[in-house]
Design a protein around this ligand. Structure first.
Ligand SMILES: Nc1nc2c(ncn2[C@@H]2O[C@H](COP(=O)(O)OP(=O)(O)O)[C@@H](O)[C@H]2O)c(=O)[nH]1
Ligand SMILES: [Mg+2]
Length: 127
């Protein structure tokens, strides 16, 4: 999971692994550590990795360490799920852009619509 703070990374991770593995809040910078959760989906093994939201203007020393660790996790990932603005993903050979919070309109979110994969994790999980 990669994206800016509050893009819904931890919410999506929890939905995919079906437990509250990561803390969800609307406070930017909540996730700092890299959180890895191993699950089997349809008999296929996955490790989902939640990361700190990437932003360049944090004064918080610990959050900045988390952001550095996030970049290391992106480099190590087989697949990068980018939950930020379209076209803004870090360079990765297997990147899937995901529009989160698809229950909220693009205008309200103040960001362009994605034309790929859309999710809403409001109550339960829908694609
Ligand atoms: N309406 C709506 N809110 C969401 C959705 N996914 C996450 N949120 C909310 O967005 C905020 C940030 O979510 P979080 O998963 O902590 O984002 P993260 O910082 O990227 O890990 C929280 O208040 C979530 O409840 C969604 O699909 N729809
Ligand atoms: Mg988070």
């Amino acid at each position: 999971m990669a994206g800016p703070p509050n893009s819904g990374k931890s919410t999506l991770l929890n939905a995919l692994v079906q437990r509250d593995a990561a803390i969800v809040s609307d406070i930017a910078g909540t996730t700092r550590d890299v959180i890895e959760v191993a699950v089997a989906i349809d008999a296929m093994a996955f490790i989902f990795t939640d990361t700190a939201g990437v932003r360049s203007n944090s004064d918080d020393v610990i959050e900045n360490i988390g952001i550095e660790r996030a970049h290391n996790a992106f480099a190590a990932a087989d697949i990068l799920l980018w939950l930020g603005d379209e076209g803004e993903a870090p360079k990765h050979p297997n990147c899937i852009e995901v529009e989160t919070k698809s229950d909220i309109s693009a205008r309200q979110k103040n960001r362009p619509r994605h034309f790929g994969f859309r999710v809403k994790v409001e109550r339960g999980f829908r694609c």
